[in-house]
Write a protein of this length. Structure first.
Length: 219
């Protein structure tokens, strides 16, 4: 009886696995129906309308929402252009590991933080031709500390829909009681007002260092 029960269990488990796999994948027939033209499999990333951040990042995304043929293929990419003293703010991807390739530029500082029992910061400086990897779910950032030139890099992600959580932005969705503990600041309403009137800009420390070296960078 026990052997028979185990047999039924494994049979059911196998069926459930097959059903979930079928639901999660796009069949060949479905792909042919949805993407009947060869041009459906080509996408001009540089032609995507860019998002600009006050922290000096120009972002052109290429996930499944913009390139539908990526559906269920487990890959997507984004093109970043970071101004001198600009930053891609601390964030993480809940559904993907990220691998970046620096197309042009130097002095791009990249860092990620491991889980609570791990290292608090793994920091490197990369330039043209270099790769850097950020494991799935780990907090990371990129900042361009070059005083003269922008840095451009391609971010490849191991999901067609990697998601992104920009920590400084999402954190302020919490109530004042929680944030007062996080920032050790009982005056969170005032702190919020200051944040709204003084939105993120380029790195002030980087700008000051560059100006001392004779470079002119607008804040």
């Amino acid at each position: 009886m026990k052997a028979g029960a185990f047999g039924v269990f494994f049979l059911l488990a196998g069926c459930l696995y097959m059903v979930s796999a079928m639901e999660g994948e796009t069949t060949l027939a479905e792909r042919n129906r949805r993407f009947g033209s060869a041009s459906d499999f080509v996408f001009n990333l540089k032609g995507v309308s860019a998002d600009f951040t006050r922290a000096g990042a120009r972002i052109q995304g290429g996930d499944v929402s913009k390139f539908p043929a990526l559906d269920n293929l487990g890959v997507s990419n984004t093109l970043f252009t970071i101004k001198p003293c600009g930053m891609n703010l601390p964030h993480y991807h809940p559904r993907a590991t990220e691998l970046i390739y620096v197309i042009k530029g130097q002095d791009l500082t990249v860092a990620f933080a491991e889980e609570n029992s791990g290292r608090s910061a793994v920091v490197n400086v990369v330039g043209e031709g270099d790769n850097a990897v950020f494991p799935q779910g780990l907090l990371h950032y990129q900042i361009n500390l070059n005083c003269e030139h922008e840095v451009q890099f391609l971010s490849s992600l191991s999901s067609h829909d990697p998601g992104v959580v920009t920590v400084p932005d999402r954190m302020f969705g919490f109530d004042d009681t929680a944030l007062a503990v996080v920032f050790n600041n009982p005056r969170m309403k005032r702190f919020r007002r200051q944040r709204l009137t003084n939105l993120r800009s380029l790195s002030h420390q980087c700008i000051a260092d560059c100006r001392r070296k004779g470079y002119s960078i607008a804040a």
